[in-house]
Design a protein around this ligand. Structure first.
Ligand code: ZN
Length: 311
């Protein structure tokens, strides 16, 4: 790619805009996928505050956020900066991948992979879950795509087995030692997916870079006294809470003896128990696995060259 070639710039702009539109769809996935029974394609996007449908000209990636000055056109409720951030991030990722792979099948495949990782990272951050709806098809699609590259399918197969199984054993060992879950099964399936897409050789890099960055960020957050917001409750939890509150209000309190242990159990869940996160810290590990996988696309050859040079 020649930076002095104006045509290259136009291709870059097109790649960015196309990817930012995909990012706009990822926002919908991030918001709707964790809610059971909610469709990703229907209904059309609406303002969560007033329910007004979002018009097509207010749905342009990044730009709409700027010209609406981060507010809903109908009710002036603030729009989260997360939306343009995800769009810009997806756009920037695609441009970086285009720079790395050129206009090729590898660009398309790795962009689809990275887009799935963006959705996974933000959903895990919000809810502390990695949805099977992405990671399980991700394993299958990653393995299928491995046949596009010469001699890759075996690396991919070993990768998904070692990734999934390896982390499962690590997580199990940690739980055995510390008596609590270090990583969720969602992380296990995610690492299986990463192994399927990138091959088993990537797993050392991913485990190392994800752990280092995870530790670094949790140390910085701890020193800075920043507490991550607790995971968002899922809709059924909210409904359950409302139902319970309505029951408590309707029935006479002494008759609700059986509900008492349930209520204290719910309190402990929300307040004292730390959310399952990386090595018991209250930060999710999925975003770091996703980050390390994207880094591998750019730094993997350099890193393994370094290892080979020393060994
Ligand atoms: Zn509104």
């Amino acid at each position: 790619m020649d930076l002095l070639d104006p045509q290259a710039w136009w291709v870059g702009v097109f790649v960015f805009l196309f990817a930012a539109t995909v990012g706009s769809f990822l926002n919908v996935v991030i918001y709707r996928l964790p809610i059971p029974g909610k469709s990703i394609v229907r209904p059309r996007s609406a303002c969560p505050a007033c329910g007004a449908l979002i018009r097509w000209y207010d749905n342009v990636p990044i730009l709409s956020f700027l010209w609406l000055r981060a507010r809903c056109r109908s009710c002036r409720a603030p729009i989260s900066w997360r939306y343009p951030l995800v769009e810009a991030l997806t756009g920037a990722l695609a441009v970086a991948l285009w720079w790395r792979f050129g206009l090729s099948a590898a660009l398309g495949v790795h962009f689809a992979f990275s887009a799935a990782l963006v959705a996974i990272a933000f959903i895990d951050y919000d809810h502390r879950i990695i949805p099977d709806e992405i990671s399980l098809p991700g394993i299958a699609i990653g393995f299928a795509c491995s046949f596009l590259w010469e001699g890759m399918w075996l690396e991919s197969l070993i990768g998904l087995l070692v990734g999934g199984l390896g982390l499962f054993l690590m997580s199990w060992g940690y739980a055995l030692l510390r008596g609590r879950e270090g990583m969720g099964m969602g992380d296990v399936k995610l690492l299986g997916m990463l192994g399927a897409w990138l091959g088993w050789r990537s797993l050392l890099f991913i485990a190392l870079f994800a752990s280092l960055q995870g530790v670094l960020v949790s140390v910085v957050l701890t020193l800075a006294g920043v507490k991550l917001k607790p995971p968002l409750p899922e809709e059924w939890e909210l409904e359950e809470e409302q139902r319970r509150a309505a029951e408590a209000a309707g029935a006479a309190p002494p008759a609700q003896g059986a509900a008492d242990p349930e209520a204290t159990g719910a309190g402990a869940d929300g307040g004292q128990e730390p959310a399952v996160g990386f090595l018991g810290a209250a930060i999710p590990f999925g975003p770091f696995l996703a980050l390390a996988a994207v880094e591998y696309l750019f730094l993997g050859p350099w890193f393994y060259g370094l290892l080979a040079g020393q060994g």
